[in-house]
Design a protein around this ligand. Structure first.
Ligand code: ZN
Length: 203
């Protein structure tokens, strides 16, 4: 059965949200490390990739890098968005901020939804690493495409299955180059990706 494609829908309140300086600085520290390795960035055609998020402690809301921010080495607070609600079946989110939340916010939401103790999620793109990890690490089906409710469900399910493991990394089989990691905080989530990157870099 082929399911109809449900367009990603973002209910955006274009206004500033409360953003603690300390959280912002933690996000930037983590993002800069990933940016320097090219795990967050921009393709030659101008499309940005990679995103990073952190739970704010209030309900299910989280702060995530905004859409089309991949190319910037440094972000300011206006490049981030607060996701305040989401609906997987409708492929929709509600957010506020001066930039719209990333279209991949639902994948982050899926991890937070299945594992309430998780505090941060990192999603990067890296072709060579993706090819090495594909089906060697927990991998979502190659039939599940980026930006679909199915991807969110698949990632949420895998996340809860591997939470007891040391390495909390998911390869997105149907999202070429896409890799996701999570942890109790930004340092942990970022280290997950960087450790694997360093481990496979020399192989
Ligand atoms: Zn992606």
């Amino acid at each position: 059965m082929t399911e109809g494609y449900i367009k990603f829908n973002c209910d955006w309140m274009q206004e500033e949200f409360p953003f603690q300086e300390e959280i912002f600085s933690q996000l930037e520290t983590a993002r800069t490390k990933l940016y320097k390795l090219g795990l967050i960035g921009m393709y030659p055609d101008g499309i940005g990739f990679g995103n990073i998020s952190v739970k704010t402690g209030e309900g299910s809301s989280f702060i995530i890098t905004g859409s089309a921010t991949g190319q910037f080495e440094k972000l300011d607070q206006s490049h981030y968005a607060l996701v305040t609600g989401y609906d997987f079946d409708k492929n929709s989110i509600s957010c506020s901020g001066l930039t719209k939340a990333s279209a991949e916010s639902l994948t982050h939401a899926a991890v937070y939804e299945s594992l309430p103790e998780i505090g941060a999620v990192v999603h990067v793109h890296c072709l060579w690493l993706w090819e090495k990890l594909l089906n060697n690490y927990p991998t979502t089906s190659d039939e599940i495409e980026y930006g679909t409710p199915e991807m969110a469900y698949a990632v949420g399910k895998l996340a809860s299955e591997i939470n007891g493991r040391k390495e909390k990394v998911i390869v997105m089989g149907g999202h070429r180059e896409g890799i996701l990691a999570f942890g109790n905080n930004l340092i942990e989530a970022t280290s997950q990706i960087i450790n694997i990157y360093n481990q496979y870099k020399h192989e």
